[in-house]
Design a protein around this ligand. Structure first.
Ligand SMILES: Nc1ncnc2c1ncn2[C@@H]1O[C@H](COP(=O)(O)OP(=O)(O)OP(=O)(O)O)[C@@H](O)[C@H]1O
Length: 508
């Protein structure tokens, strides 16, 4: 298709967006999406991706610039207006009605003949055929896996007649198999003429899936081009504005045998799916827990931390037994950064500096007096610099931060406390490539300073880049152990899938 000769489906020109607090999130930004194309939108945390999506979806009114839909200038003031025109936006946390069935959700808010049960079912079957996916129309949405919810959202978008589907990090919480489903559906529907705007920090996905890509940096488009002209290194460089150092990717050597044991876990078990887990972590070690989604990785962290009241077994820090409550764990020097940082993360009414010092007020206070604000401010400034948090300053509120930057604040909350054993669940989910390198470097520094770290990550590449030792988790058990320098992504994937060493040569 000669893109230049076809009227774009959507075009944004000269778009500016200034928030009431003075933050300029977009300046002179542009975007052109053609019918049936898959367009990637990438950029570092805080670059303006969500803001651009919200302008397209009618949720934010731009301060300047023009939005054209099929060549006509439009000014969507509400998400409803954008939806009616043919734009469906699928956000990370899919807002479906949990107590309704799949079928009811798909036709929620779609006027037309689908009110009649038979017509509805026929239309549903037709939609399933279009996407090439099977799901029970009568299943209650509350019981669905995240990947299935995504599919319901896609079906919903199609039912409303969407011509452009905007997907914000659709694969962020998905297992590998579910990711493939998303890819297949995007490919299939784009071949049928539906256009996609695909926002993701997973650059391999963007490279594999999109036809064109737009790179935002600091609110402006720094590049736009055919995806085929990019490889991962070049894309990283354009996004971050620098080359990532080779050192940011290397694996770490094992720690000496005689390094002191900081954490001992003995016979840990739980009805949540942890089965007879025992291991030790020495000072300086970064232990990666590699496993597929649902393998029990996060459950192990929670049980170690005392957050799982049903867990049995022993946990010792520095040779002393720790009572099985989070409070005792924190007092013993453990910190857990959970995966679900959105929910457990930040106090909305507190500025960044207050949020960061929250878990650690005792050490920042002199005796029992009030927290020393100067020390807290200083710590926040250090966190902002170390983690590259894009914000107006330590006084900014969580709501004024982009998603990835809010995550970095949560990370900073725990990092600057007095913890010796640091447990991280998916520490770089949702953060951009540059920040990812920064976070991994902080993990290494923490270990080099004599701490021990447990890291859960779905990205085995990331585990290999940061860990000294890898424990492979499957069905709640540790099924294999490897020095990080002596294994590979392929081997870990095989082990995690239940193929023993030297066993089958094909992965499931
Ligand atoms: N409601 C708001 N008020 C003030 N500033 C905001 C608001 N929403 C976003 N911002 C700021 O606008 C800028 C762009 O944020 P945006 O959420 O668009 O980034 P993003 O590229 O989506 O980042 P991420 O990858 O972290 O989700 C950031 O500096 C952010 O702090």
């Amino acid at each position: 298709m000669h893109a230049a000769m076809v009227t774009p489906l959507l075009s944004l020109t000269g778009i500016g967006k200034e928030f009431p607090n003075g933050t300029v999130a977009l300046r002179d930004a542009r975007l052109t999406v053609h019918p049936g194309s898959v367009h990637g939108l990438v950029g570092a945390n805080g670059a303006g991706k969500s803001t651009m999506i919200k302008v397209i979806a009618g949720a934010h009114e731009p301060t300047s610039g023009q939005v054209r839909w099929k060549g006509e200038q439009v000014a969507w003031r509400t998400p409803g207006a954008a939806r009616k025109a043919g734009v469906a936006t699928i956000m990370q946390h899919v807002p479906l009605a949990p107590t309704l069935t799949v079928l009811e959700n798909v036709f929620l808010g779609t006027p037309g003949p689908w009110r009649l049960p038979r017509a509805r079912r026929a239309e549903f079957a037709r939609l399933l055929e279009r996407v090439g996916y099977a799901i029970d129309p009568d299943a209650e949405v509350a019981g669905l896996a995240i990947g299935e919810r995504q599919m319901v959202a896609v079906l919903q978008a199609l039912a409303t007649g969407a011509e452009l589907v905007v997907m914000d990090e659709p694969t962020a919480s998905l297992a590998e198999g579910e990711r493939q489903v998303v890819f297949d559906v995007v490919r299939r529907l784009s071949a049928q003429g539906t256009a996609f705007l695909y926002v993701s920090h997973f650059l391999d996905e963007v490279l594999a899936l999109t036809d064109r890509v737009t790179v935002l940096r600091d609110g402006t488009v720094v590049e736009e081009g055919a995806t085929g002209d990019y490889d991962e290194d070049r894309l990283v460089q354009v996004i971050v504005g620098r080359d990532l150092l080779e050192a940011e990717r290397r694996g770490a050597e094992p720690v000496p045998e005689d390094a002191p044991v900081l954490l001992s876990v003995r016979g840990l078990g739980s009805p949540s799916g942890v089965r007879d887990v025992s291991f030790e972590a020495r000072a300086g070690e970064v232990i990666g827990l590699a496993g597929l989604l649902g393998s029990g990785r996060s459950e192990i962290l929670h049980a170690v931390y005392g957050a799982d009241p049903r867990a049995t077994g022993e946990v010792l820090v520095g040779g002393r037994q720790v009572r099985r409550t989070p409070r005792a764990a924190v007092a013993a020097g453990m910190a857990l950064v959970p995966e679900d940082r959105g929910a457990q993360g930040l106090v909305g009414t507190f500025p960044i500096w207050k949020n960061i010092s929250l878990p650690d007020l005792p050490s920042l206070s002199s005796g029992r007096s009030l927290p020393r604000e100067a020390a807290e401010q200083e710590r926040a400034e250090r966190a902002i610099a170390d983690l590259g948090i894009v914000c107006a300053g330590p006084g900014a509120l969580p709501a004024e931060l982009s998603g990835g930057n809010a995550q970095k604040v949560v990370f900073g909350k725990w990092l600057y406390g007095g913890a010796r054993v640091f447990m991280l669940d998916e520490p770089t989910a949702g953060v951009d490539v540059g920040a990812k390198a920064d976070i991994l470097e902080l993990v290494r520094r923490f270990a080099a300073g004599g701490g021990a770290v447990l890291v859960v990550s779905s990205e085995f590449e990331e585990i290999l880049a940061v860990a000294t030792r890898v424990l492979v988790v499957r069905e709640g058990r540790i099924v294999a152990e490897r020095a990080a320098t002596e294994t590979s992504e392929e081997e870990l994937l095989m082990l995690a899938n239940g193929f023993g060493e030297g066993g089958a040569t094909h992965a499931a």
